[in-house]
Design a protein around this ligand. Structure first.
Ligand code: SR1
Ligand code: MG
Length: 387
């Protein structure tokens, strides 16, 4: 795909958003609201008599950082294309796609106004039956369906060309693999946690483990992954689930998405446990198990032929996932993008939760490889690290 012409790009104002949405809604009566609270893009809701839609536009910079952090708008194409591909394999699990305005890097799609993010529901202690299993089935389906065992030859190469290792992977490298282990102005560290955070810098064993994982992130182009599969990328409305925010999609290593999801469930679990809400913590234990069991069952079902290779594949994938989970846990405590699960806790409880998540993440990254889910989960949610 050629790059969109720069001269056709404008940052959408309310009138332009209304015009873009108009072809899907009829006459827009003027109700255009900026509802974006994400780190990257601007998001508008457009209301009309006929209903509402969302318009998501990529800016030529990172929304939270402003022009000080320039980014190309290519992420809009990645998101649109990944939504197309993943929704082909998992229909009904994504917002309905209405239009892609390539010149203006804008996606028009279903408004998920009655949905709430899974993270917010977990923070509030609201039960979400069925969600973990759906996300597990999704992660396995896209892993297998776009992996080389199922998709090969020219079709695979054509798809890979749409997802050449992207600038967004560079953002992940920086925020997940680099800055948490450096003294960096991009980190956000609570003063009480300064000593624990400083101990991440200059630890040779940790640096070696992180470098090996970063190399795998960069080089193992196994499957088209979501790339940012945390609980805030899952929207829930009763028994309906939608996966969103695919701008980080890339061909990456098995275990990256699984690790990210397990990490964020572990963070939620630790927050509840340390806040004294053990019943809900036990519910999150069940979500982690349902997520993994459904992921594994779906992988076995989609494996192309009966094979003794599937169980070792799953064992390896789980051990890799636990290491990636450790990175995600660490960066959500000391990096730029924190987890609301922890940041919303009152200070003394927050510090205990941060300390536990940091130690557990470190153990998963640089400690012994995990043996099975019980081992992975107990170490991810440990309140005192074993290493
Ligand atoms: C500056 S972007 C920060 C984070 O937000 C996204 O959701 C990704 O997790 C990214 O690392
Ligand atoms: Mg996101």
């Amino acid at each position: 795909m050629a790059a969109p012409a720069a001269q056709d790009y404008v940052i959408l104002d309310e009138g332009a958003v209304a015009a873009l949405a108009g072809s899907h809604l009829g006459t827009v009566t003027g109700d255009v609201a900026d509802i974006g609270d994400g780190n990257l893009n601007v998001v508008f809701r457009v209301q009309a008599d006929a209903g509402s839609v969302v318009v998501k536009q990529a800016l030529p910079y990172l929304r939270v950082a402003g022009e000080a952090w320039p980014l190309t708008r290519h992420r809009a194409r990645i998101e649109w294309r990944a939504l197309q591909v993943h929704s082909q394999f998992c229909p009904g699990l994504f917002p309905e796609l209405l239009e892609f305005d390539d010149a203006r890097s804008a996606i028009v799609m279903e408004d998920l106004r009655s949905f709430i993010s899974w993270r917010d529901l977990l923070v509030r202690g609201v039960s979400t039956p069925g969600v973990a299993a759906k996300v597990g089935a999704y992660a396995a389906t896209v892993l297998l369906s776009t992996g080389e065992l199922v998709l090969s030859g020219a079709a695979r190469e054509r798809l890979q060309m749409d997802f050449v290792y992207s600038e967004m992977c560079g953002v992940t490298e920086q925020l997940v693999f680099d800055t948490p282990y450096q003294t960096s102005p991009l980190n956000r560290i609570d003063p009480e946690l300064a000593e624990a955070a400083a101990s991440l810098v200059g630890d040779q064993r940790l640096d070696d483990a992180v470098a090996a994982l970063k190399r795998r992130f960069r080089t193992e182009s196994h499957s088209l992954l979501h790339g940012d599969l945390h609980t805030g990328s899952v929207m829930v409305n009763g028994d309906q689930t939608r996966i969103i925010d695919l701008e980080f999609a890339f061909f990456g290593p098995p275990g990256f998405d699984v690790g990210s999801l397990l990490a964020n469930l572990a963070i939620a679990r630790t927050a509840h446990r340390i806040a004294g809400l053990s019943n809900f913590a036990a519910e999150i234990d069940r979500y982690a198990s349902e997520f993994w069991q459904t992921f594994a069952a779906t992988t076995r079902r989609l494996w192309p032929a009966p094979s003794s290779a599937v169980e070792p594949f799953l064992d390896n994938l789980l051990a890799d996932s636990a290491q990636f989970a450790g990175l995600e846990m660490i960066r959500r405590i000391v990096g730029l993008a924190h987890a609301k699960d922890i940041d919303s806790l009152p200070p003394p409880v927050r510090l205990r939760a941060q300390t536990a998540v940091l130690a557990a993440g470190r153990d998963l990254v640089a400690g012994p490889r995990v043996r099975d889910l019980a081992d992975a989960w107990s170490r991810a949610t440990a309140e005192e690290s074993s290493s």
